[in-house]
Design a protein around this ligand. Structure first.
Ligand SMILES: Cc1cc2nc3c(=O)[nH]c(=O)nc-3n(C[C@H](O)[C@H](O)[C@H](O)COP(=O)(O)OP(=O)(O)OC[C@H]3O[C@@H](n4cnc5c(N)ncnc54)[C@H](O)[C@@H]3O)c2cc1C
Length: 321
């Protein structure tokens, strides 16, 4: 038996959220006397894939068919199901991402499996297979007892600390049967955000709202982000007003993030914004209004004018380096 971990590759390396998924899968394997096998699809260097061993996997199955280089939910789910059957995997793990959720649902239909998305805990194996998952956009947790033979778990970002062993995994080619029906829609062009750091993978995010007053005032926020090695985000009105690009829009209708540190600058903390940041480990709010709702969700709050606080914060961080 093996625990199978579906991973996503970006710029030739295993994404941080997938590293967390491998760590989770390896721990489940340890608890169930199994081994953790990784499934990687599309173009990737063997040496980068062998790094899966660093996070606890013993083997990587690499389906390198060029047709799989472009993200394709239907084909990926098909390949995942074939790998799970070959390996006899009863637990399948992946990161909870847009791709992960789409692949999990389709693979579950093929394998007659249950899908639990937003998992935040290792399973409790006392008399069953119980996991905790985050619900209501991170405001509550549900305890789920999974009864199906095959279980698919999509792990919420930052729920599991990545552990590194220094080991490498063996990489084996995997040759799935690819059905033409999975390739009926073709992505002809992909426009990637030009941000240096991906919001969904960032450890630190500095985010601005309407309190920043206009696009010409963003430099102090960008300076703080640079000092911290952070990605930049914004509230919905800010991207609607074209002050910042749409790929920075965080919230219920934008990107949902779960960094270790989220710094909100001049954002009121409307429920729709909070829905996208509830998974953050630590939230710092800078707002001149002490009654701003965001303070209720904050771990630390600074009541002050962003244009005074941001440069001082940046200077203090630079001085501390
Ligand atoms: C269906 C629906 C979906 C939505 N989805 C989203 C979403 O995904 N993401 C999202 O963000 N919003 C979303 N919204 C909008 C949301 O309801 C709020 O309107 C929005 O989040 C407010 O943005 P804001 O905090 O930047 O602006 P405001 O509400 O205008 O708040 C600005 C804040 O800045 C503070 N401020 C002003 N000047 C300063 C200063 N000099 N220094 C410090 N603080 C200052 C003010 O005190 C205030 O708290 C959605 C709304 C709806 C109806």
């Amino acid at each position: 038996m093996s625990v199978l971990v579906f991973v996503e590759i970006d710029n030739g390396s295993i994404k941080k959220s997938s590293q967390e998924a491998i760590t989770y899968g390896a721990e489940v394997a340890r608890m169930t006397n199994a081994t953790a096998t990784v499934l990687a699809l599309g173009a990737a260097d063997e040496s980068a894939l062998a790094q899966a061993g660093n996070f606890g996997a013993t083997k990587v199955l690499h389906a390198s068919d060029s047709k799989l280089t472009q993200e394709n939910n239907m084909a990926y789910a098909d390949v995942l199901a074939q790998a799970a059957l070959q390996e006899g995997s009863s637990v399948i793990v992946m990161a909870k991402t847009g791709l992960g959720d789409a692949v999990a649902a389709r693979a579950a239909a093929k394998l007659k499996a249950s899908v639990i998305s937003g998992v935040t805990s290792l399973p409790d194996l006392n008399g069953g297979f119980k996991v905790t998952r985050s619900i209501y956009t991170g405001k509550a947790f549900a305890s789920v007892d999974i009864r199906s033979e095959i279980k698919i778990l999509a792990i919420r970002k930052n729920a599991i600390e990545v552990t590194e062993s220094g080991n490498t995994a063996t990489v084996e080619p995997f040759y799935p049967t690819l059905k033409d029906a999975s390739f009926t829609a073709k992505v002809t062009d992909v426009e990637k955000s030009n941000a240096e750091l991906s919001l969904s993978e960032a450890d630190i995010i500095v985010s601005g709202g309407r309190g920043m007053k206009g696009p010409e005032n963003w430099q102090p926020l960008i300076d703080l982000a640079k000092a911290l090695g952070a990605a930049t985000g914004c509230s919905k009105p800010v991207s609607d007003l074209d002050w910042r690009p749409h790929h920075e829009h965080i919230g219920q209708t934008g990107i949902k993030v779960a960094p270790n540190l989220y710094i909100a600058c001049g954002i009121s903390g409307a429920i729709q914004h909070l829905a996208g940041v509830n998974g953050s480990k630590c939230i710092v709010v800078i707002n001149k209004d002490p009654e701003a709702p965001f303070f209720k969700a904050a771990d630390y709050g600074i009541v002050g004018d962003v244009f005074e606080v941001l440069p001082r914060l940046t200077k203090a961080i630079e001085n501390s380096k």
